[in-house]
Design a protein around this ligand. Structure first.
Ligand code: NAG
Ligand code: NAG
Ligand code: NAG
Ligand code: NAG
Ligand code: NAG
Ligand code: NAG
Ligand code: NAG
Length: 490
């Protein structure tokens, strides 16, 4: 394998890629190519010494590193954007270990042995956008664990042992402000904060499938509302949530089984300064004892148990929303979230429109329903990034004058090997068994020993098993070039 003879392997690789070897800067066991360093699968138990600081991508996956210490590199990595530490044995991360990588965007700590995320564990990662912690044994997240990662957008926490929802992620002053993706599937959550989720899911996709969630009236309310909204994290994994149709009818949330829900979103118009009262659509009165009614407003989420009638906006015990002294910015779409005991038809509307003064219909109306435009957009950009990688590989296969040809006679297999790109998708990892195969795009170049240089060889391009979804959801971040190199040189 590669690691048995790293120096020769690196040399062949560098020759193949047309780089002059820069001998002094690449640690043993690692492959260094321009700005990528891979020390993957080398049985390292500590951080390799003398890693070159020019790297933008550092791959230390598939080793047996046990801890990350403050001094894991000797000088700061100012260019590093991607750090891959998955499949190690990391159980300890010293506070401030990441201050040496201030511009990191993607950090993968999946499949390690983390159990508790201590406060300030990610200090220094102010620009981090994506954090993967899939498949650890995390059961506790201490307050302040994410206090410094202000820019975090995607957080993968699936397949851990969490018993409590990391509330910090919902509270803006402390947590990441721009979180758009939170995966908490395959954990041990039995209760989730419905009110915070209703606020968070305005802007973020929250995945909760495969948790032992208790089917109570608040959860029923949430699931009914999400289903009506066609909220894709729920719709895509509907079968893996509790409270499916039958269960909803069995639990006793409302006195009357079926209730009338208006077919159109009702519009309420008030003048600025007036008091606005909005009845919860389709809620039979009197409200069952203990039933909490949530109102999702353009700014916050309110509930009927808060019991502060002096507040400007409040939900009365009978589920009616009251806003005193309406302001122009109160205009918008308001949803009344309460267990109604059945899944409602798309044409029914538990939402109302509120117009204050002569403001026109707010632009956010209807936006919250399945935002396919955004999905397409993401899909498109990630497809584009994958296509770019494919083109690079094709360029490499056809246009690079292969200098290894000379070495072929001397026992090296040279460039006749295979180039394989893996477009792996973290989302696919976490939902593993659902879409098991088909994440690889393989270019197999036959080992045609006698083909002429310059005559393009016909690569067998097999796209049959490519799951477009896998590719589409993949960003440029996880194109596994390492495998290309390893297969190539092996
Ligand atoms: C990995 O390293 C450990 C000691 O660090 C050694 O005992 C083991 O044999 C090594 N495994 C392989 C496959 O080289
Ligand atoms: C968190 O702190 C405890 C006690 O200081 C320590 O034992 C543990 O290893 C730390 N966790 C991590 C992931 O570093
Ligand atoms: C959040 O996103 C907005 C818009 O994309 C950006 O202007 C802002 O800087 C981001 N905030 C943080 C803390 O990254
Ligand atoms: C629901 O609760 C009422 C009393 O609150 C009770 O009479 C009724 O039998 C319950 N229904 C079910 C299905 O549990
Ligand atoms: C209702 O709102 C109050 C104030 O925002 C909050 O403290 C409470 O937890 C909420 N209740 C539920 C059931 O979400
Ligand atoms: C709800 O209660 C408030 C005051 O307690 C009352 O003014 C209002 O009419 C009630 N709404 C409905 C629909 O019964
Ligand atoms: C409301 O309409 C009146 C005239 O119809 C106009 O003068 C006024 O500026 C409008 N107010 C707002 C907030 O658009």
């Amino acid at each position: 394998m590669l690691c048995c003879d790293p120096a020769a392997a690196a040399m062949v690789l560098l020759l193949c890629l047309g780089f002059l070897p820069t001998v002094a800067t690449c640690p043993p066991h690692c492959l260094c190519a321009s700005d990528i360093i891979s020390c993957s699968g080398c049985n390292l138990s500590t951080m390799p010494f003398g890693l070159p600081s020019y790297a933008t991508r550092l791959d230390l996956s598939h080793n047996s590193i046990g801890a990350l210490r403050v001094d894991w590199v000797s000088q700061p990595f100012h260019r590093l954007t991607t750090l891959i530490l998955n499949r190690n044995s990391i159980s300890q991360i010293e506070v401030a270990s990441f201050t040496v990588t201030p511009h990191l965007l993607h950090l993968d700590l999946s499949s390690n042995q983390l159990t508790v995320l201590n406060s300030s564990i990610f200090t220094g990662l102010r620009e981090l956008k994506e954090l993967l912690l899939i498949g650890n044994q995390i059961f506790h997240i201490k307050p302040g664990a994410f206090s410094d990662v202000d820019s975090l957008e995607r957080l993968y926490l699936s397949a851990n042992r969490l018993i409590a929802f990391p509330l910090e992620l919902c509270e803006e002053p402390k947590g990441p402000r721009n979180l758009t993706f939170l995966d908490l599937s395959y954990n041990r959550l039995s209760k989730v904060p419905i009110q915070s989720l209703l606020s968070l899911t305005h802007r973020a996709s929250v995945y909760l499938q495969e948790n032992p969630l208790l089917c109570d009236c608040s959860l029923v309310a949430l699931l009914e509302y999400w289903t009506w909204k066609q909220y894709s994290p729920l719709v895509d994994f509907r079968g893996e949530y509790p409270c499916i149709d039958g269960a909803v009818r069995d639990i006793n949330c409302t006195r009357h089984g079926v209730m009338y829900i208006p077919l159109q979103a009702q519009t309420y118009r008030v003048e600025p300064g007036e008091t606005l009262t909005v009845q919860c659509p389709g809620l039979p009165l009197p409200v069952q004892e203990g039933l909490v009614v949530f109102w999702v407003t353009p700014r916050t989420t309110l509930n009927s148990s808060a019991g502060d009638p002096s507040a400007r906006r409040s939900v009365l015990p009978n589920g009616t929303l009251e806003i005193q002294g309406a302001l122009l910015e109160d205009s918008g779409t308001y949803g009344c979230v309460v267990a109604r005991g059945r899944y409602y038809h798309p044409s029914e509307s538990p939402e109302v429109r509120v117009l204050v003064g002569n403001s026109s219909i707010p632009s956010n109306f209807g936006l919250a329903r399945r935002s396919s435009a955004e999905h397409f957009n993401t899909a498109f950009t990630t497809l584009a990034s994958c296509v770019v990688s494919i083109i690079l590989v094709l360029l490499y296969l056809y246009l690079t004058p292969c200098r290894c040809r000379e070495t072929r006679g001397k026992g090296s297999r040279g460039c006749g090997g295979r180039a394989i790109i893996l477009c792996s998708d973290p989302q696919e990892v976490e939902s593993g068994q659902r879409r098991s195969n088909g994440k690889r795009v393989a270019f197999l170049e036959p080992q045609a020993e006698d083909s002429e240089i310059g005559v393009p060889k016909k690569p067998a391009m097999n796209l049959d098993h490519v799951s477009t979804e896998g590719i589409l959801k993949n960003g440029s971040r996880t194109v596994e070039r390492t495998n290309t190199y390893q297969n190539h040189v092996a």
